[in-house]
Design a protein around this ligand. Structure first.
Ligand SMILES: C[S@@+](CC[C@H](N)C(=O)[O-])C[C@H]1O[C@@H](n2cnc3c(N)ncnc32)[C@H](O)[C@@H]1O
Length: 301
C-alpha cells in the first residue's frame, strides 16, 4: 500500500481538506461537530473517529468549545504525527489500523464518527464492523466527500492539470530540458530558445488555468529560472517538487475515487440500514456551496 497519507501527516498537517489558514476545520463543520460532541460528556462513553488523520475532529472535541471528557479513539491506516496538545489521557490513536477490522469489543462504542474518512474504506467490510462495535442506540455521524462539492470540484481540476505536468513528456519534463539546455549551452542558445518556445506554447494552450495554479507548477517555474541559483540547487528543487507533486497526485486520485455520487450516498444509507443502523443523509452547505454529505444514524433506529 502506498504511503502518501503517512507522508502527508508526517508534515504535521492537522486536517486534510479544511481551512489551511486556520489550521483546522472552521465554520459549519466545526460548529456541527461541536454540537454533536456536546451530547457526550460521560467519561465512560467512547467515540471512535474513522480515518482520523492527525486528529482534526478529536481536536475540536477535546480542545474546542465543549472540551469533551469522554474517551476518544482515532483510527487510521496511515502512520500519524500527533501534536502534543492531543496527548491526553482520554485520547488514543490506533495508527496503521484498518477500519475494516477494528481491534474493539462488540457493542462497546457510543458513537462512530468520521470527517472525510469513512468513504475511503471498503463499505462492505467497514459498515458491518462499525455495526458490530456500536452499542445498542449507538450513533454514526459521518461527513463524506461529495463528487460535486466545492472541495472536490477544484481538486478534480488540479488532478487533471497534474496529468499535464507529470512525466518526461509533461511540462515538468520540458522544464528539465530547458534548465539542462541553459546549463550546457547557455540561456540564449538555439536549443534553450526552442525548448522555451515549446514550453510557453504548451502553457498558453492550457485552458484549466486554476487547476494549473493548484499544481504549483507556475510558481515552481518562476523559482527555478532564477539565474542566481546554481545548477545543483536547481536539481535539488526539481527533486523536492517532483516528490510533493507525486504525493499530491496520489492523494487527489484517492479523493476522486472516494467522493460519492447521489446514488452511492443512497447505497451507503441502504447498507447502514441493512447492518441495523437506519440512517439519513443531508448536504453540508456553507455560503450556498456544498461542502459534503452528512450521514447520521442510530443502531436499532
Ligand atoms: C482525507 S483524510 C481525512 C483525515 C481527517 N479525518 C481529516 O478530516 O482531516 C482520509 C484518511 O482516511 C484514512 N484511511 C483511508 N482508508 C482507510 C481505511 N481503510 N481504514 C482506516 N483509515 C483509512 C487515510 O489514511 C487518511 O488519513
Amino acid at each position: 500500500m502506498s504511503d502518501f497519507w503517512s507522508n502527508y501527516w508526517k508534515q504535521g498537517h492537522l486536517n486534510s481538506f479544511g481551512d489551511s489558514a486556520n489550521d483546522n476545520y472552521r465554520g459549519v463543520i466545526e460548529t456541527s461537530w461541536t454540537q454533536f460532541f456536546a451530547d457526550y460528556s460521560n467519561e465512560k462513553d467512547t467515540i471512535v473517529d474513522i480515518g482520523t488523520g492527525n486528529g482534526a475532529l478529536i481536536d475540536i472535541a477535546v480542545n474546542g468549545a465543549t472540551g469533551s471528557s469522554c474517551q476518544f479513539i482515532g483510527v487510521d491506516y496511515a502512520a500519524l504525527n500527533i501534536r502534543p496538545e492531543l496527548h491526553k489521557n482520554n485520547v488514543q490513536f490506533l495508527e496503521k489500523t484498518n477500519a475494516e477490522s477494528l481491534p474493539l469489543e462488540d457493542s462497546s462504542i457510543a458513537a462512530v464518527i468520521s470527517q472525510f474518512g469513512i468513504e475511503y474504506t471498503n463499505f462492505n467490510k467497514s459498515i458491518p464492523e462499525i455495526a458490530r462495535v456500536l452499542k445498542p442506540k449507538g450513533r454514526v455521524n459521518f461527513v463524506i466527500h461529495y463528487s460535486n462539492s466545492s472541495i472536490v470540484k477544484p481538486n478534480r481540476d488540479i488532478f487533471l492539470a497534474l496529468q499535464l505536468v507529470k512525466g518526461d513528456k509533461g511540462l515538468l519534463g520540458l522544464l528539465k530540458d530547458l534548465v539542462e539546455a541553459i546549463n550546457t549551452q547557455g540561456k540564449q542558445s538555439a536549443l534553450a530558445e526552442r525548448v522555451r518556445a515549446t514550453l510557453n506554447e504548451r502553457l498558453s494552450n492550457i485552458s484549466n488555468k486554476n487547476g494549473l495554479v493548484g499544481t504549483n507548477f507556475p510558481a515552481f517555474l518562476r523559482a527555478i529560472l532564477n539565474p542566481s541559483l546554481t545548477h545543483d540547487k536547481k536539481l535539488m528543487m526539481f527533486g523536492m517538487y517532483e516528490s510533493e507533486m507525486n504525493n499530491q497526485f496520489e492523494r487527489l486520485d484517492d479523493l476522486l475515487q472516494a467522493s460519492k455520487t447521489d446514488e452511492e450516498v443512497s447505497s451507503l444509507c441502504d447498507l447502514l440500514e441493512a447492518s441495523g443502523i437506519p440512517a439519513k443523509s443531508s448536504f453540508v452547505t456553507e455560503n450556498g456551496e456544498i461542502l459534503g454529505v452528512n450521514i447520521e444514524g442510530t443502531k436499532g433506529g
